[in-house]
Ligand binder design. Structure first.
Ligand code: FE2
Length: 302
């Protein structure tokens, strides 16, 4: 199928002006802001589109109020689009609007497919000084702690579901996703066939919730996650979880509450895998979902 990852998610809010401030403060680039719609991009032009939650032109909502209304997956070429249209057309409506194909997954979440519009990123890893190795950050230079930080790319999307096994089957069997790790009876990490990163999609089963759990954008490294998160927190935005580091996927994380019905995460340094990877499974809990967490929620008192 060659789905390369998420190009864009459409989110809703009750307050477009607050949503606009939030996304600008988060660090995304404003591409459009009018009375009806906001579009904000990461460096590679993946991003978010935001409408009011009462907007009648959007696909149906899984819950009332702010949430996700469409996930647009980028595919490698038109042949991949045609294969997806044929596959999904076997048992559900597939609507073609311009270059965008829209259908729904087995939970009724609207899913779109388009030839990917992302641009190629070219970045160098940050220079680090390591004992026993020649210094990369050469003598008499230092780190610019005030440099602007723009999220590099849309990393992953997380849906609540009532039946994680069923929804995992849909993405694997119908769209060629790979399950990379699982939380027993509760969560499935999944990657697309055209993207080696550990997950572009995570499904969380936690009744009675539906719709958006969170989205995440990649920053370049842990230092950027800590700096961007601190700046965002200093502006008054509330931490939902972190800063910390996941075990599955190994990504550094910092989650914030958002005005879009779910959280938004800064993350960095996710594992990459291929089809030799053997999915792991464990019971979800504070000691299995992060290797460390120095922020919120605080550890239990003994
Ligand atoms: Fe995440």
């Amino acid at each position: 199928m060659a789905i390369v990852g998420l190009d864009e998610v459409t989110l809703t809010t009750e307050d477009l002006a607050a949503g606009r401030r939030f996304l600008a403060d988060y660090g995304l680039i404003e591409a459009r802001a009018d009375d009806k719609e906001l579009i904000f991009w990461a460096s590679d032009r993946t991003g978010v589109r935001v409408r009011h939650c009462e907007d009648a032109d959007l696909p149906p909502a899984p819950v009332s109020g702010p949430t996700i209304r469409l996930a647009r997956w980028g595919v490698s070429d038109r042949a991949a689009l045609e294969r997806i249209a044929k596959e999904l057309g076997r048992d559900r409506p597939v609507q073609v609007t311009g270059d965008l194909l829209i259908s729904a997954d087995d939970d009724g979440n609207a899913i779109g497919f388009q030839v990917t519009q992302r641009t190629e990123l070219k970045n160098e890893p940050a220079k680090a000084n390591v004992p026993g190795a020649p210094p990369q950050r050469v003598v008499n230079t230092t780190i610019d702690f005030d440099a602007p930080i723009v999220p590099a790319t849309l990393s992953h999307l997380v849906y609540y579901t009532q039946d994680v096994a069923r929804l995992e089957r849909f993405y694997v069997e119908r769209l060629g996703f790979r399950a990379t790790d699982r939380f027993t009876n509760m969560g499935s990490f999944m990657r697309t066939d055209g993207n080696p990163e550990h997950h572009q999609l995570f499904l969380v089963q936690r009744a009675p919730f539906k719709g958006l759990h969170h989205i995440a954008f990649h920053l370049l490294d842990m230092n950027q996650v800590m700096l961007a998160g601190k700046r965002f927190a200093d502006k008054g935005y509330r931490t939902a979880w972190g800063p910390g580091r996941h075990i599955y996927g190994a990504n550094v994380f910092w989650y914030f509450n958002s005005p879009f019905g779910g959280n938004i995460e800064y993350d960095a340094d996710m594992d990459v895998v291929d089809d030799h990877w053997v999915p792991r499974e464990t019971i979800s809990g504070p000691n299995t979902s992060n290797s460390w967490n120095f922020g919120y929620p605080p550890p239990p008192r003994h």
